[in-house]
Design a protein. Structure first.
Length: 480
């Protein structure tokens, strides 16, 4: 027996039914849970509940974020922070002590083998490995004075993504979604564009919602093949069967939720079933790049003979398309931690910059010409930097005392260089920016005050920056 359209299910105790009885009564309606025709965008009611769009604390230009995360810790003195003194004293002992992850493998000063050139009106110096990023120098804020709290990958990833070294805290994308909600009912508000080569170091913890409700966590999308696992229905399942299945499941879950109120995981699962139905038509359209012009494809590097460049280019292009369609927060990740250059630092940097430089710069250029850059923050960063001394003959170890990152759009200054490190690039010494300060400033650019964006947890109002503990502050010098 199946359901006719419009029928409802009345069960005194829906959880007392045996498996045999359930299958006997409802097997005719079982099918995929994703419904292409269940909810049409034109007929959908305004979004309500935890994901409803909310007004920011104050007016702001930025409405969305694209985070181009570089797992492993890019070497600042080889890419964005030239050090002539390091070149001059190459091979000499470091005049002092350095904190290293592998403390028994600390070598001598290691100069960068790459040339730097001044770029843009500000004369921003960048490595020859970044010719495309050099062309957008007048669009970015380059921060050379970042610091973090750990030389361990996982702990540093926790800090850059969720504010502290401890696992289990919400990613900052989840905080943004919690604070601003979403304007789209048929797409996830927080999308993770994963690397086809595999998960990044620390896996889904990078986009976990932690102690925030589960519906604020990131949703992984694949750039190739099936974009979302288990989204499309089997071809032999009729739409009416799908509709009946979801209708029954919604009532069953609703009854369960009444018995277990304020169950965030259950609420998220119900919401995800409903979103999956709407995503069936929206996701393929957003991820279809076949109508992009040849010029746009060439701009990003989709035509590159280097397969890794072309693949990364596709994900950067998809990030633009997602933001263009109202997605609030997009992260582009790499498999494992490729910037972790303990060996063959120079050789590996050449490969990584070949893969990422053109697509990242193209994203900024494309957003600008489409009128989206003013409302979109683009953040390029890793979890920490590298040491100015060698590890082995040609590697660099982790450095928490200094790293570089850049931001574009969303109200950040254009062509601006902020902060400085010492003569070797080991420690940030001028206008230092800690990760909690970065988070506070990013939230500020999105119209959210970091001390007001709180959630009750463990008997207190917790937040991304936890300013009472970290002393986080907004860095106004980064903002236009």
């Amino acid at each position: 027996m199946g359901f006719a359209e419009g029928d409802t299910v009345q069960l005194a105790n829906p959880f007392s039914m045996t498996r045999r009885a359930f299958l006997a009564r409802y097997a005719g309606s079982l099918g995929s849970l994703a419904l292409a025709q269940l909810l049409r965008a034109d007929d959908a009611p305004p979004l309500a509940g935890p994901l409803a769009p909310r007004q920011p604390h104050h007016p702001a230009k930025a409405k969305a974020v694209i985070c181009l995360f570089q797992h492993g810790g890019p070497s600042q003195m080889d890419l964005l922070d030239p050090k002539p003194e390091l070149t001059k004293r190459n091979g000499q002992p470091y005049p002092g002590q350095v904190e290293a992850h592998f403390h028994t493998q600390v070598g001598k000063l290691l100069a960068s083998p790459f040339q730097f050139q001044k770029c843009g009106q500000a004369g921003m110096e960048m490595s020859e490995l970044l010719p495309h990023t050099a062309r957008i120098a007048d669009e970015i804020t380059l921060v050379r004075s970042m610091t973090t709290d750990s030389v361990d990958h996982e702990a540093a990833l926790h800090v850059i993504h969720s504010g502290k070294i401890f696992a289990g805290r919400p990613a900052w994308g989840s905080w943004v979604l919690y604070g601003l909600g979403t304007v789209r009912q048929d797409l996830p508000a927080y999308v993770v564009l994963s690397d086809p080569g595999g998960l990044p170091t620390d896996g889904p913890h990078n986009w976990s919602s932690g102690f925030l409700p589960a519906l604020y966590q990131g949703t992984p999308f694949r750039a190739s093949g099936v974009p979302v696992a288990n989204l499309n229905p089997p071809p032999d399942v009729a739409p009416i069967a799908q509709q009946n299945q979801l209708r029954f499941l919604k009532e069953l879950n609703g009854a369960h939720l009444e018995r277990h109120p304020k169950n965030a995981e259950l609420e998220a699962r119900i919401s995800n079933y409903e979103l999956a139905a709407r995503m069936q038509t929206a996701v393929p359209a957003v991820l279809d790049i076949s109508k992009e012009t040849d010029e746009t494809r060439k701009l990003y590097g989709l035509d590159s003979p280097n397969a890794k460049t072309a693949e990364y280019a596709k994900r950067c292009l998809l990030a633009r398309r997602l933001v263009e369609q109202g997605v609030r927060f997009v992260q582009v990740f790499l498999s494992a931690q490729p910037w972790d250059t303990h060996n063959k630092n120079a050789e590996e940097l050449k490969k990584l910059c070949l893969m990422t430089d053109q697509p990242c710069a193209a994203l900024v250029t494309d957003l600008k010409r489409r009128g989206l850059l003013d409302s979109t923050i683009v953040l390029w960063t890793g979890e920490f930097g590298r040491l100015p001394v060698s590890q082995g003959t040609d590697g660099r170890d982790h450095n928490r005392h200094a790293f570089s990152l850049w931001l574009a759009g969303g109200g950040f200054k254009k062509g601006h260089i902020h902060g400085a490190t010492d003569e070797f690039g080991y420690k940030s010494v001028e206008n230092v920016v800690r990760v909690p300060d970065l988070h506070a400033t990013l939230l500020q650019a999105l119209g959210l005050e970091h001390e007001r964006l709180t959630y009750p947890h463990a008997g207190r109002d917790d937040s991304l920056t936890d300013a009472g503990v970290t002393k986080a502050r907004v860095v106004p010098e980064l903002l236009a």
